[in-house]
Design a protein. Structure first.
Length: 158
């Protein structure tokens, strides 16, 4: 079994989501922030979610406040804010750290598997990771890579 499937994350309501429940799905994991200059990417992520969720794509957003305080929302308000301001219906997890001692275990694993330009550290909001149907991390994308630029890679995995 893939190591990815042994991981879990917490929803904003405090419930555990095990990655094992995503077996057989293509997963796009993104650290998000509602006040980031890249926040318009929420719309592109939602478009991918709407277009491919029935074909097996799962987009998972991990709100993160580690970069210039750009996620001021709490776990209680982040989902409503993302839905109201950006039309987001894809699942969001609880606010998470993506760097440092308290890094979310999903990001620890993804950074180890797919290092980036600056080593394994996440450099900014909207860093994206694509995982195939077997739970293998396939590709890491820079924060500035627009969701629509990832579409062809997603199609190859679906």
């Amino acid at each position: 079994m893939s190591t990815f499937y042994s991981l879990a994350a917490t929803t904003p309501q405090g419930k555990e989501l095990t990655m094992e429940t995503l077996k057989g799905k293509v997963v796009l994991i993104v650290n998000t922030a509602t006040k980031c200059g890249l926040a318009p990417q929420f719309e592109g992520l939602e478009a991918l979610h709407q277009k491919y969720q029935d074909k097996g794509l799962v987009v998972l957003g991990f709100p993160c406040d580690q970069f210039a305080g750009q996620e001021p929302e709490s776990n209680d308000t982040v989902e409503a804010t993302c839905k109201l301001n950006f039309g987001v219906t894809f699942p969001l997890m609880a606010k998470s750290k993506v760097n440092g001692k308290e890094t979310n275990e999903v990001f620890k694993y993804l950074k180890k598997e797919l290092g980036g330009t600056f080593g394994s550290a996440i450099k900014w909001n909207f860093t994206k990771f694509l995982i195939d149907k077997e739970g293998n991390p396939v590709k890491r994308y820079a924060p500035t890579t627009k969701p629509e630029a990832i579409e062809q890679d997603i199609l190859k995995l679906l």
